[in-house]
Design a protein around this ligand. Structure first.
Ligand SMILES: C[S@@+](CC[C@H](N)C(=O)[O-])C[C@H]1O[C@@H](n2cnc3c(N)ncnc32)[C@H](O)[C@@H]1O
Length: 330
C-alpha cells in the first residue's frame, strides 16, 4: 500500500498534517525503518516522498460485548445495549430467554471491558426495607465488594448487601450544586453515603441515617476513606431520629416509600429549609399525586410549602420515571 516516508524528527508534524488532510489509514500501524518513519496513507500526498510498502493491520477492538458474544441469531435483538458498572463489577438485566447464555454473555463483557472483574445478572427487583436485589453470578470473580468512584469521592460497598445505583450520580451532583456552604444536611436514607459524603464537602454537618447495618458499616468506612469527618452516621429507623435533627436541607432518597416519611422530613427541616423528595410517577402525570401528598402533610403540620423545582431523574420502568421534587418549608 501507499506510504509517506519522512525522517524521524518530522514524524509528529507529519502525522498531524496527514490527519488534518484525512489521508492517514488509521486501521494500519505506523512503522519505523532506520531513521525514517512510514505512514500508511489512502492516496498519494503532494509535498511528501510517497513509496509502496506493506503495513500490519491493527487489531480492531470491539466497543460492545454484543460484537463478540455468541448467542443464537434469533436472540440477538434481546441482548441489552447497556449494563450498570459499580467499581469493577458489572450488573446486567437479562430477559428470561437469555439466562441460559449468562456465562457466555458474562465472559464477553469481561473480554471487552478489561477493567471489569466480575459480572452478575439481576435476579430480582430491588426489594424490602433495605432496597437490595438478588444477584446471579455469571462470570469472573465471585466477589460482590468493590470500590466505586463517583463525583470525586470513593465509595466502598457490597453490591449484594446494600442499595447503590451509579445512575444517580448526576442527580447527586445537582443536589450538591444547590447546597450552600455551612448548611446542616439530613440524609434520611443515606445508604453507603453517596449524597452525604459529597455534600460534606460544602456542608458544616451531615446527619446520615440508614436502617441497614451493612450500609452503615460501609458508610463509616467511606467516611474514613474520604476523610469526611463532618458526617455523623446513624444506624436505625429514621422515624426515631426525625424531629431531633434540625437541618437546612433534607434528602429523602427512598422513592418507593418517601411519602410515608414526609411528616418526619418536615419535622426535621428548619423554617426556610429545603426538602429533596424522590418518588416514582407515570409518564402522563409525573408529579400531581406526590405534590398533593406533600401539601396535605404540610397542612396537617400548619406549614406552607413552596415548590422550587421538579424533574425526571431517570426512567424506572416502561412509562414510569424516578422523579425529584424540591420544596421549601415556611
Ligand atoms: C434507595 S436507597 C438510597 C441509598 C442512598 N441514598 C443512595 O443514593 O445510594 C434507600 C435506603 O433507605 C434505607 N431505609 C429504608 N427504610 C429506612 C428507614 N425506615 N430508616 C432509615 N433508612 C431506611 C435502606 O436501607 C436503603 O439503604
Amino acid at each position: 500500500m501507499l506510504a509517506v516516508k519522512v525522517p524521524k524528527k518530522e514524524a509528529e508534524k507529519t502525522r498531524r498534517k496527514l490527519l488534518e488532510l484525512g489521508v492517514l489509514a488509521k486501521e494500519y500501524s505506523i512503522k519505523r525503518e532506520g531513521d525514517f518513519v512510514l505512514f500508511p496513507v489512502t492516496k498519494p500526498v503532494g509535498g511528501f516522498e510517497v513509496i509502496e510498502t506493506e503495513f500490519e493491520r491493527l487489531e480492531k477492538r470491539p466497543h460492545s460485548y454484543r460484537e463478540v458474544v455468541e448467542v443464537p441469531e434469533k436472540l440477538r435483538p434481546l441482548l441489552p445495549s447497556s449494563f450498570d458498572i459499580i467499581g469493577d463489577i458489572a450488573i446486567i438485566e437479562l430477559p428470561e430467554e437469555l439466562m441460559e447464555y449468562g456465562k457466555v454473555i458474562g465472559d464477553a463483557i469481561l473480554r471487552v471491558h478489561r477493567h471489569i472483574k466480575a459480572v452478575f445478572a439481576k435476579g430480582s427487583k430491588v426489594e424490602g426495607e433495605y432496597r437490595v436485589r438478588e444477584l446471579i453470578h455469571l462470570a469472573g470473580e465471585k466477589r460482590t465488594e468493590t470500590l466505586h468512584r463517583e463525583n470525586g469521592i470513593r465509595l466502598k460497598l457490597d453490591v449484594a448487601k446494600v442499595y447503590f445505583s451509579p445512575r444517580l450520580a448526576t442527580e447527586r451532583m445537582r443536589v450538591f450544586e444547590r447546597t450552600k456552604p455551612g448548611e446542616v444536611v439530613f440524609d434520611m436514607f443515606a445508604g453507603v453515603g453517596p449524597y452525604s459524603i459529597l455534600l460534606s464537602r460544602k456542608a458544616k454537618l451531615v446527619f446520615a441515617c440508614d436502617i441497614n447495618p451493612w450500609a452503615v458499616r460501609y458508610l463509616e468506612e467511606n467516611i474514613r476513606l474520604n476523610r469526611a469527618n463532618n458526617v455523623v452516621p446513624i444506624l436505625g429507623d429514621v422515624k426515631k431520629v426525625a424531629g431531633r435533627v434540625k437541618a437546612d436541607r433534607v434528602i429523602m432518597n427512598l422513592p418507593k416509600f418517601a411519602d410515608r416519611f414526609l411528616r418526619d422530613a418536615m419535622l426535621s427541616v428548619k423554617l426556610g429549609g429545603v426538602i429533596h423528595y424522590y418518588g416514582f410517577g407515570p409518564e402522563e402525570d409525573l408529579y400531581s399525586e406526590h405534590e398533593a401528598k406533600i401539601k396535605a402533610v404540610a397542612r396537617e403540620l400548619g406549614l406552607i410549602v413552596e415548590f422550587i423545582d421538579r424533574r425526571k431523574v431517570r426512567p424506572y420502568a416502561p412509562r414510569q420515571f424516578n422523579i425529584a421534587i424540591d420544596f421549601k418549608v415556611e
